[in-house]
Structure formats: C-alpha cells, structure tokens
Design a protein around this ligand. Structure first.
Ligand code: ASP
Length: 466
C-alpha cells in the first residue's frame, strides 16, 4: 500500500469518487441486516462507513468494532443512495464503503453515552471521565468557539497596539473582595503567596512603567461559593490603558466585543450599546444587571449589551463605616478629588468612574478609571477604616509607585466564561471550560485537592490540624 496522507472527515464532502484515508473513533454502530454501518468521528466531524459481507475478513474485523475504538480506514467516497441522505450531519450526502480497516486501539465500554448532549449524566461522573465527556460534539464545539473567540480578541487588541504581558501567579493578596487561595512558601517558612484574584495591581504598575496599553488573557482565582456561573478559577480578558477617559475605554471595549462576537456569527441588538446610570438601572430594573431582550428576541441568540455607569464610590457598611463600591483603585470625578482630600465632600454622593458591561442579564465586564494620585488612594484606604500600618503593609508598594509619575489610566476585565456561556447558549460555566471543578470544589479527573506527603509538609514547615 503506497503512503497516503490522512484526510479529515469534513474533507470527504468534496471528495466524491476519491480514495481517502481517515482516522478517528467509532461513534455509533448500526447493523442493518447484513450491512454494518459505523459512524466515524474525528475532530472535524462524523461520517458514515459501510461494511458489506463480501470481503469476509474485513467484515469480521468490522463486526468486532465497539464504540470509542480508534480506527484507521481507507475507501472511496461515494454519494449515498437517493433518500438515504442524513441532513443532521455535514457529511450526510456521502458515505464510504470501507476497503481497508485497521484497529489502532481498543476501548473499554465508556461509562456514559458520548453521542448525546450529556446534560442528564451525573456531574461527578462526567467530570471524572472528562476526557470522554469532551469527545461529545457539543463540548468540542464549545471549546473551539472559546479558542476562536479569544483569537479574535487577541488579534483585535494587538492590532490596536496593546501589548500582551504576563503577570505573576504567586503573588500577594489583593482587595478584590474575595477569599484568597494561598500557597505556602518553602523558602520563607510561615509566609504565603496568594494566587491572583486579578492582575489589577500589576496592570496598574505596568501603566506606571510606561507601556500605556496592556492586555492579558489572565487566570483569576477566588475562593468563593461556587455557582452555575462562578467557579474558583476563571479567565479574564484583562486590559489597561494610559491617558484615557472613561469614554475611551468603553468605546474600545465595545468595538472589541462587537468585532469578536460578530466574527463568530452573533447579532448585537443595539449599537452603540445603551448607557444607564446606576440610579436609572436600579429604578428601572431593580438591579445593576438586566436583560434588554424582548421575549421574542430571547431565543434568537442575539446579544443585548448595556453599560452601567455612575456607581457610588463608597457604600455604608452595617457597622456604620464605609466600604468601597467596586474596588478601592477606582477613581472619582477629577473635580471631586480636592473636596475628598480636604474632607469637605459628601462621601455618600461621590460618583465613581466605574463602568460595568451587562449582556443578556449577566454582568460580563467591569472596570474603571483609576486613582493615580498617591494621596487620594491613601485617603480612600483611610475612609474605609484601614490603619496606617495596614495601608503600608498591603498597599505601600502602590502608594510608592504612584509617587513616580503615574499617568492617568483605566481599564477593564471581561469574564471569558460568562461571555462564552452566552455565545454558546449554555447555562453552566463547566460547559465552556475544559476541566472545570465539580460543585463540591474538586477537579474530579485528577481527584484534586489531595493530601501532601509528610516530607512535603516538613519542607513547607506545615503541620495539619485535623
Ligand atoms: N480587576 C477588576 C476585576 O477583576 C477589573 C478591573 O477593574 O479591571 O473585577
């Protein structure tokens, strides 16, 4: 047999009458009288293979095939007989009478069905056998869409002069408002790194460093209660820009989101995106995230974006003190800064430069124009009740950096999974992530978290208090 390149299933559509060599998995097997039909699946699609009893040895080999065996075949693509076409699959007009079959690997019977949508299967089992679950066409499609979407985002940002920069994973606690995941330090006994809740402080430091336009497709880790649309880990499209006002960032993000969503075939209900003040949104929708689609529009896969702006800088705490509305780095209107510094401003009435992007009822992005003056940032920490010691130990590095010519800057972070859930029409985060957590906080496929050995604990100077 002369050497033949491997073909992909989807290529067979345009190869009627040509010999092809395919490799993939047995998806489904059907026996019709003496004819054995096998649906072969590869990364590009599914095609029907046909085995007839004429060649006894080949037929016997085909008869032994079971779901998820890995096979290689050769044969000539032919049009299906009239009336036998399958409109459900892309290759539904053709089939391949197989002339050569080789089993590349066998498979145990899978613990669940792979051909279907898979929503009915117990979550623990699905995630324990995630590598099988991911074979299902729906998840293949979702992960491809994810990569495609991020690809468009990346090319958009690069073409707009943004620089992709990675920031540390082993870092310090940041006040994003959630519990940190911590990592013990071997070199510094008793000290801990925190995994980043976001690259917030680093991206601001990159603005101080003069990069002016930064982005990162960043992992963010927060030890929060798990929900359908919130996990311990998520990915953000994180960006920051210097010498901008709120409207510049909003316009750029709007263009980026529109470009990427339209590239993957989604319609946007209203452009430019409508803008609501926080007060209007609360009065009109009773919440700062809302759905602008009509009932008729809800099923057409369209995206209804809106901005929410003019949030309060500070909110009253139950104990009668103050806390920040979004994050302490978000600025206030420039004209309010002097009053704030001198203590004459009405704290409750201060309007922040925060902007949130909502889409189809979800908050998909949030950001703001930042405080770039050390004295203003310090005063914010004082108002929310931090002692000088705490300000110094937690944020001294930011205050110091801001003393060296910090440009005006602002940015945003867009939640990749939430966005993709809407693009893919999914209701759960796990449907757009490769290896998600179970709702009990386990990575089932690896059985993580797990215990450390005594040697590891000793190296880390840790004792477990059971
Ligand atoms: N760091 C913020 C967050 O993760 C987003 C931002 O303000 O850029 O929510």
């Amino acid at each position: 047999m002369s050497f033949m390149m491997r073909n992909l299933v989807k290529e067979t559509i345009s190869k009627t009458g040509e010999r092809v060599r395919l490799m993939g998995w047995v998806a489904v097997r059907r026996d019709h009288g003496k004819i054995i039909f096998i649906d072969l699946r590869d990364r590009s699609g599914i095609i029907q293979l046909v085995f007839i009893p004429k060649d006894a040895e080949l037929y016997k080999a085909a008869d032994a095939l079971r779901p998820e065996w890995v096979i290689e075949i050769e044969g000539v693509v032919q049009k299906r007989p009239k009336g036998m076409e399958n409109r459900e699959i892309e290759t539904g007009e053709v089939e391949i009478p197989v002339e050569r079959l080789e089993v590349l690997n066998k498979s145990e019977t899978p613990p669940f069905d792979i051909a279907g949508v898979g929503m009915e299967i117990d979550e623990e089992i699905r995630l324990k056998y995630r590598y099988l679950d991911l074979r299902r066409p729906r998840l293949q499609k979702n992960l491809r869409m994810r990569a495609e979407f991020l690809n468009h985002i990346r090319s958009f940002l690069i073409s707009h002069d943004f620089l992709e920069v990675e920031t540390p994973m082993l870092t310090k606690s940041t006040p994003e408002g959630s519990r940190d995941f911590v990592v013990p330090s071997r070199l510094h006994p008793g000290e801990f790194y925190a995994l980043p809740q976001s690259p917030q402080q680093y991206k601001q430091l990159l603005m101080v460093a003069g990069f002016e336009r930064y982005f990162q497709i960043a992992r963010a880790l927060r030890d929060e209660d798990l929900r359908a649309d919130r996990g311990f880990e998520h990915t953000q499209i994180d960006l920051e820009m210097s010498f901008v006002e709120r409207e510049h960032v909003m316009k750029l993000v709007e263009e980026m989101v529109t470009y990427s969503a339209e590239k993957i075939g989604r319609k946007i209900k209203e452009k430019p995106f409508p803008i609501f003040t926080y007060k209007d949104a609360m009065e009109k929708f009773g919440a700062d995230k809302f759905d602008l689609r009509s009932d008729r529009e809800k099923k057409d896969g369209g995206l209804a974006f809106a901005w929410v702006v003019d949030f309060p800088v500070f909110e009253k705490t139950e104990g009668g003190g103050w806390t920040y509305g979004h994050n302490p780095f978000t600025g206030m209107k420039k004209e309010d800064e002097e009053g704030f510094l001198s203590g004459t401003a009405d704290l409750e009435g201060l309007v922040s430069l925060q902007y949130d992007l909502v889409c189809n009822g979800h908050e998909v992005a949030g950001g703001g124009i930042r405080i770039n003056r050390a004295e203003v940032l310090k005063k914010v920490f004082e108002v929310i009740g931090h002692t000088d010691d705490k300000i110094h130990s937690e944020f001294g590095h930011m205050l110091e950096a801001f003393c060296y010519g910090a440009p005006p800057h602002g940015g945003i972070a867009l939640g990749v999974e939430r966005f993709l859930m809407m693009l893919a029409g999914e209701s759960y985060l796990r449907e757009v992530q490769a290896f998600p957590m179970t709702s009990g906080g386990k990575i089932a496929v690896m059985d993580a978290p797990s215990e450390l050995t005594a040697k590891q604990l000793k190296e880390l100077n840790l004792k477990i208090d059971k």
